[in-house]
Design a binder for this molecule. Structure first.
Ligand SMILES: Cc1cc2nc3c(=O)[nH]c(=O)nc-3n(C[C@H](O)[C@H](O)[C@H](O)COP(=O)(O)OP(=O)(O)OC[C@H]3O[C@@H](n4cnc5c(N)ncnc54)[C@H](O)[C@@H]3O)c2cc1C
Length: 429
């Protein structure tokens, strides 16, 4: 059986951040980097916009401003992003403030989906050149931290330390790893919302501020804005609830032709309390309900129909009242009000009305609401050492799947934090 000083599961930003930090500090280290996909499948691969400001992407249970600032500086100095200029937003910030809404001031970079792929390829090649051993297209099935052994669909290998960073889509796998290794966890938080697609000229703020972050009352926020060459997409989930989809969005880089559309998510964070403590189970139930009502597809509805309290029909997406076609046309025209829990819908709609006052035009009748957009990244392991996200001897959990991040830069920072802990643990042996 091959032995590695460190095995990293997942080549998302958490895994990559840890790998580079480890190799920089200990150039000769033997490092396995395993991913079930050929390319990291999260935000690096989809739109790849990076936020370099507290608190965007940093769960406040695990981070404070000074710690995040320290790691963000390291992430930025490694990635050398081209920070986009942000101008002309004072008027929006002022309007927002009067409504009790906050517009965060953020430093951002945007590579686009094509730019992200090029970055992933460059990073993995760079890691190989530094002596890491990436193995893509290999799925990890189980991890036994006490014995220092992990099993994949191709082999068994032993390790001195392991970082499990399987992202949001690896949420259930991570839960299996935690159960098998006696790591207690809760997953009581989930984000539920809609993705809004509209003509870019009705959300002109995106010309000055690529991914504007508005924070509304009732834990509602805008998230993951895409423009210029923007598309709504769906992510497939397959679990006990069967197959269900969550919508998402991405954009191509500035090199591709613009399609005149923008999209962004409006999400509400829900923290569940006893007796229903699993956000994952709740997300599954909501996803299954949306599939039931959408005939196996997410639901889309024009704002004009939503305002009148009636479902959208196929004609709402072809008739002359509406002036752009949906980019995720496979969704079922319907009534999202039947699928979204009332409390969530109220909070989202109030936030949308506020946003329409801040940036007038977003609630044009032709604007499309897609449902569901669900983020189930809130596994909360009980760490033995919070500073390094060590959950058991030799076992580290980080990134969106472990709830230590909610974005590319914070996931990268989480990986670096793990690397610092691993170096300390290895140094003691
Ligand atoms: C469509 C989409 C668009 C996004 N856009 C943005 C954005 O523009 N900006 C932003 O900041 N954030 C964005 N995000 C969020 C961002 O992707 C995450 O915050 C970030 O990628 C989390 O990093 P991670 O390393 O924890 O996990 P991921 O990046 O998800 O990587 C986890 C990796 O683990 C692998 N894996 C999972 N299970 C196994 C297993 N059993 N064996 C082997 N490998 C496994 C997966 O294939 C995956 O490559 C987006 C997410 C999605 C899904």
């Amino acid at each position: 059986m091959e032995h590695y000083d460190v095995a990293i599961i997942g080549t998302g930003p958490a895994g990559l951040g840890a790998a580079f930090a480890l190799l920089e500090a200990r150039p000769g280290i033997r490092l396995a980097l395993i991913d079930r996909n050929q390319y990291s499948s999260g935000g690096l691969r989809n739109d790849c916009k990076m936020n370099f400001s507290w608190p965007v992407g940093f769960p406040e249970d695990d981070w404070d401003q000074s710690l995040a600032g320290h790691y963000l500086e390291r992430v930025e100095s490694f990635l050398q992003p081209a920070i986009m200029e942000r101008k002309g937003v004072a008027v929006y910030a002022h309007r927002a403030e009067r409504l009790g809404v906050r517009l965060l001031e953020i430093r951002q970079a945007h590579l686009g989906t094509d730019g992200g792929l090029a970055l992933i390829k460059r990073l993995v090649a760079d890691l190989s050149a530094r002596g890491a051993e990436p193995s893509l297209g290999e799925t990890v099935l189980s991890v036994d931290a006490a014995r220092g052994i992990l099993t994949t669909d191709k082999r068994e290998l032993s390790f001195g330390a392991v970082l499990v960073a399987p992202g949001r889509a690896g949420f259930s796998f991570l839960q299996d790893v935690m159960r098998a290794n006696g790591v207690p966890f809760v997953d009581n938080v989930v984000d539920v919302g809609v993705r809004i697609e509209l003509r870019e000229d009705r959300y002109p703020i995106v010309k000055d501020y690529y991914d504007p972050k508005f924070l509304f009352p009732k834990k509602v926020r805008t998230f993951c804005t895409n423009s210029r060459s923007a598309h709504v997409v769906q992510e497939k989930y397959e679990d006990e609830a069967g197959v269900w989809y969550s919508v998402n969005g991405h954009a191509w880089s500035a090199d591709r032709p613009a399609n005149g559309l923008a999209n962004f998510a409006m999400l509400k964070t829900i923290a569940l309390t006893e007796p229903l403590a699993s956000g994952q189970a709740y997300a599954r139930a909501l996803g299954a309900q949306a599939m039931l009502l959408g005939g196996g597809h997410p639901i889309m509805q024009r704002v004009g129909d939503f305002r009148l309290g009636r479902r959208s029909t196929r004609e709402a997406f072809t008739g002359d009242l509406y002036d752009f076609a949906p980019t995720l046309a496979s969704c079922s025209p319907g009534d999202i009000g039947l699928a979204v829990p009332a409390k969530v819908m109220r909070a989202l709609w109030n936030a949308m009305k506020s946003l329409d006052t801040i940036v007038p035009g977003i609630l044009h009748p032709s604007t499309i609401l897609y449902y569901p957009e669900i983020k189930t990244y809130a596994n909360k392991p009980v760490f033995q050492d919070t500073a390094s996200f060590r959950a058991a001897p030799r076992l580290y959990l980080a990134g969106d799947g472990a709830g230590t991040s909610r974005g590319i830069t914070s996931a990268w920072a989480s990986g670096m934090r793990v690397a610092d802990g691993i170096l300390e643990e290895l140094g003691q042996h």
